[in-house]
Design a protein around this ligand. Sequence first.
Ligand code: NDP
Length: 348
Amino acid sequence: MGQVANRRYRLRHRPAGTVTPVDLEFGEESVPSIGPGQALIRTLWLSLDPANRIWMSEIHYNMPPVPIGGIMRGFGIGEVVESRREDMRPGDLVSGITGWADYAVADATNLAPFTVLPSPLPGPPGSLLGALGHTGITAYLGVHDIGRPRPGETMVVTAAAGAVGSVAGQIGKARGARVVGTAGAASKCDHVVRGFGFEACVNYRDADWRDQLDAATPDGVDVIFENVGGQVFEHLLDRLNVGARIALCGLISEYNSYGSPTPAQGRIGVDQILMNRAELRSFLVLDHIDRFPEAVDYLRGLLDAGTLVHDETVVEGLEHAREALNQMFTGANTGKLLIKVAEPTSVR
Ligand code: NDP
């Protein structure tokens, strides 16, 4: 392996806003060599997640910040190319924290352990990071545990064209709710309604988005699946019905302000939560690993029944990962955003 290069991103500075090549340096180094209890993983697919941006800041979210000088953290799917572990053989496909690099070492020091995937794979690799992976499971937990939409209720999902939002809305539909999305382009709204079956979708970049949202929720709002924060969330709180539930999944509109001297859009008032005896609960998918099998069974059932569509945006080449992450914050993706890093070589 010695002569093969390991392309990787190392965090050199905590970004203030958009991530620059100075913050996140792309370069080459030698492929790590492995010892007893270790396996060498070659990254095939990399999942881009809003959490990548949080991990670059000083905030401790679900994991400690990526240390300055460290390889950028990211979930992915890879193949085992060398192994000195009993439980992994060359050719196995694994999922875990591959990092933003061609190669990773799987051992007992990993922040989350690598898992050997079944052969044949239970779905296309992209779906195992998307609708059947951590993003789909996030949607499942937020809708079933917190949102709990009932038939006929109105559920609003923000960032509805994205990985988590598209699945959350489709689960809401499967439970019989009337689901309304918000997204940042007319073409995305079209995709949300035609592709994912939402009843309506409002482009929050339109000047009259407030009127559109009011018209799309004539009976008020019973469930919010919140991915964004900011003005749309604030407006939705003013439309809550008594006994509404809010699944606080993410606040992507704030993440690029982490580390920046310019503050985020502002904090949300909580008075409407009080007035409507509403329930607001946040959650983190990685706190519920014991529930992943239950969630995947449910999601697979919807996929097999044709009630759930997995959608993905694939960017080819590890060298485009930084740019693709930045574009996630300007809305370039629909569905799960993935980097295709390499083709498998020796998979059984
Ligand atoms: P998405 O696939 O939804 O991609 C992010 C989308 O967010 C973009 O496509 C863009 O869509 C929208 N967006 C970005 N910046 C802004 C902004 N400033 N204002 C409004 N919309 C914006 O990402 P994910 O599905 O992976 O994540 C969605 C949310 O779920 C995030 O908040 C993330 O942190 C959260 N999350 C939470 C987890 C948990 O365990 N609680 C686990 C995984 C994700 P558009 O063009 O419509 O603006």
